[in-house]
Write a protein that binds this ligand. Sequence first.
Ligand SMILES: Cc1ncc(COP(=O)(O)O)c(C=O)c1O
Length: 378
Amino acid sequence: MIYFDNAATTWPKPPEVLEQIARSFTDYGANPGRGAYKMAMDTSRLIYKTRETIASFFGVADCRNIVFTRNTTESVNMAIKGIINPGDHILYSSLEHNAIWRPVKALEKIGVTSDSFTVNQQGKVDFADLEAKIKPNTKLIACLHGSNVLGAVLDIAAIGAVAKKHHLYFLVDAAQTAGALPIYPEKIGIDLLAFPGHKGLYGPMGIGGLYVRDGILLNPLQEGGTGSNSLEAAQPDMMPDRLESGTVNTPGIAGLAAGIQFLNAISLEEVLRHEQMLTKYLYEELSYIPNVTIYGPDVCDHRLPVVSFNIMGKDSNEVGWTLGNDYDICVRAGYHCAPLAHKTMGTLEQGAVRISFGVYNQPWEVEKCIAAIKKIAQ
Ligand SMILES: Cc1ncc(COP(=O)(O)O)c(C=O)c1O
């Protein structure tokens, strides 16, 4: 089997991730932050160390500003619903995934309004449009860092500067870029950074995180036991307890720590170099096949290892199914939970076939895939 659906979740996971997950049941099996006996303390230390590992990975000074969640979607919801009130206005980009679009739209029920600002297929932000859409009641700019459909990367430092100039909160969805590109929220004015543990950071599914800038007090999505201030009815203000009620996902956290250590050992630069080599190879070969349309930025340094394409006259789901069924090549077809991106690229009817690479992919796999696409396109 050839696995080219790493933008959905990376596979396979490194052996050290699997080992750490197994150890979370044997050596770290107690509820962390609750008991004072050895295994509970060991588990608490594992959770704390993982928080530190994540903070250092993103250049965050205080690891208490890293909150564990289930996935990017939960982090985005926690961020948006934690600061937005009736009457507020939100700006989001024209490439958003439903992770941002749907919670923003759901808030219309409580009197929140929103607008999208234009970003083209290459990932170029129309800054005049962005500035023109800022209103007196705009509170938040929420956007993805990299498109899961186009592979385009947005200039989040420049968007952050606009947010800062207008005293707006800035939320970044790093679902596709955490582990693919360096991101330092405290250097470039990101207030809230939502990231998955299960994609580019090579942890298991069911774990993600949210960075919250010092001084931001989010209203929690849920209240409950935190193992702290237990006599008080009110949810504690202190981080990360404020946003982490209930038992955390220790196997997920243990696996995520190992995933980040695995990445650090290889280095982000090397991961980027390897995945860009595969992306360039695929992109160039696809561009020679008649009837194939490729979307997104041209091959360049600043592109994610995600390539979407269509074959003229063929439904993307049919192509995806044929690749899986006849060639044992796993890709994703359809809309990738990103109708706004498909609207921007003009594929609302056909969807697109998406190939996305991870560290374990090899050139021979790309070669096989190109041969298969050539046959299907004939
Ligand atoms: C840009 C983007 N945002 C959000 C998500 C949702 O991520 P998660 O599954 O971790 O909630 C994805 C998933 O593919 C994505 O690509």
